[in-house]
Design a binder for this molecule. Structure first.
Ligand code: ASP
Length: 437
């Protein structure tokens, strides 16, 4: 029998109905021994996530605004869950302690972490599993950075003592202190991944409200095909381009130990979902695994005759960006031209200064600025070694009469990124999808 770590996101633990589905899933497979949970999320559109309510509650307290009512809303969500499932637990005692600490000015990280804490506390009682607090197990340094190795050792030692356990997501503590620290938003995915690594799981199941990843955004492509399997590398490229199903940092811990992630749907437990694995056999898959894109980029194109012979040209350009604290995303070059692709928000209030510095320090023949550029990435291991796949992307876009502002093929050959005017974003996605699927 293998060993599975299962993580249930906010919508999967939002209320008693969802939790009953969660229990059936856990109990359907004895390998599912370690369960990581988020705080209750939205039950319907327009509903609030507990995490958001806790942030608000703490901020009202700090601004001396009455927070009693809000705290009661939070307390009611948990007692509703407890009563609907006949769970026996001292929820009142826990809530009273949290309120007392809120009153006493405990940190925002501590208050917000109670969303996951209470969720795991109730789920543990519901499943009859041990509850393990991640304070002292998921460890951060004094600057809030996760200490991966220390965390792995601490988790490994603690989890070995428990046959079955429920673990709250999203937080840990500063090493050597009692200070609770949060991961970034959506961080329960990371907790699940850390736990999977620590116990040497055969698989990390991440249960959410979609049946895995889709090949494209369904708001742009109607009924896109599901992705059955994808490599970590492809996922990284797609998530960087805005496809979101898993926290970015959740990949690293399991990738190191070669543990596959399986994204599953709590509402459709029979769907196989998407498998995310280290390597995919390039010959047995589609050329393109997925398409994703993002708007709001600016391209600064610098032209200078004989640029390729001028030593230090690129370094000077990058220094100017660094001095202005600007992060860039891509930098395709030609013999006499250099394009720098930057998220437009990075340039807020800085564009004029940067252009002036380019003029002064680089003495270019010309500089052009294209605002409102959208980037689209066609990602797939199948492109590697398949001659003509980038050409197909470019031809599909050209045939649709869409002008390209930029083209970039990653050195790993698993993605082609194109830049188009934002107005053509959707159209370009559609024609690329049609070309390959
Ligand atoms: N509850 C946290 C959030 O809403 C963490 C998580 O769900 O992963 O961001």
């Amino acid at each position: 029998m293998g060993l599975k770590v299962v993580k249930f996101g906010g919508s999967s633990v939002a209320d008693g109905i969802q939790l009953a589905k969660m229990k059936a899933i856990v109990e359907a497979d004895p390998a599912r021994r370690y369960v990581v949970v988020s705080a209750p999320g939205k039950r319907f559109s327009g509903d609030s996530k507990i995490t958001d309510l806790l942030f608000l509650c703490k901020s009202q307290k700090d601004r001396n605004v009455d927070y009693e009512q809000l705290f009661q809303v939070i307390a009611d969500r948990y007692s509703g869950i407890m009563h609907s499932l006949d769970i026996e637990a001292d929820l009142d005692g826990e809530l009273a302690l949290i309120k007392e600490r809120l009153e006493a000015g405990w940190s925002e990280d501590y208050i917000v972490s109670r969303g996951e804490y209470l969720s795991a506390f109730l789920v543990a009682a519901y499943l009859g599993y041990d509850f393990i607090d991640t304070k002292g197990l998921i460890l951060f340094d004094s600057r809030g950075r996760l200490l991966a190795e220390e965390t792995n050792e601490a988790l490994k030692a603690e989890l070995a003592k428990h046959e079955h356990a429920v673990i709250p997501g999203f937080y840990g503590s500063q090493i050597g202190t009692e200070e609770v620290k949060l991961l970034s938003r959506g961080g329960s995915d990371v907790t699940g991944s850390l736990v999977a690594r620590a116990v040497g799981a055969d698989i990390y199941e991440n249960w959410t409200d979609v049946s895995g990843l889709l090949m494209a955004d369904p708001r742009i492509i109607p009924n896109p095909a599901p992705i059955e399997s994808i490599s970590y590398m492809e996922l990284r490229e797609l998530s960087y381009m805005g496809a979101s199903v898993l926290h970015e940092d959740a990949v690293f811990p399991v990738r190191e130990s070669d543990i596959p992630i399986n994204i599953r749907n709590t509402n459709r437990p029979d769907d196989p979902g998407t498998f995310i694995t280290a390597e995919k056999d390039a010959s047995s898959c589609r050329v393109i695994s997925g398409i994703a894109g993002k708007k709001d980029f600016t391209v600064i194109a610098i032209y200078k005759n004989m640029m390729n012979k001028e030593m230090g040209f690129v370094r000077k350009a990058l220094m100017i960006l660094e001095e202005n604290q600007i992060n860039f995303d891509h930098m395709p070059t030609g013999i006499d031209s250099l394009s720098i692709v930057i998220e437009s928000s990075e340039l807020d209030g800085k564009l004029e200064d940067v252009l002036e510095a380019f003029e002064r320090q680089l003495s270019p023949d010309d500089i052009e600025v294209f605002t409102d550029v959208a980037l689209i990435a066609a990602v797939g291991i199948g492109m590697k070694g398949t001659p003509g796949s980038s050409a197909r992307v470019l031809k599909a876009v050209a045939d649709a009469g869409i002008n390209l502002r930029m083209i970039n093929q990653s050195t790993s050959e698993i993605s082609v990124i194109i830049g188009v005017e934002a107005a053509f974003f959707e159209k370009a996605m559609q024609v690329i999808y049609k070309e390959f699927v």
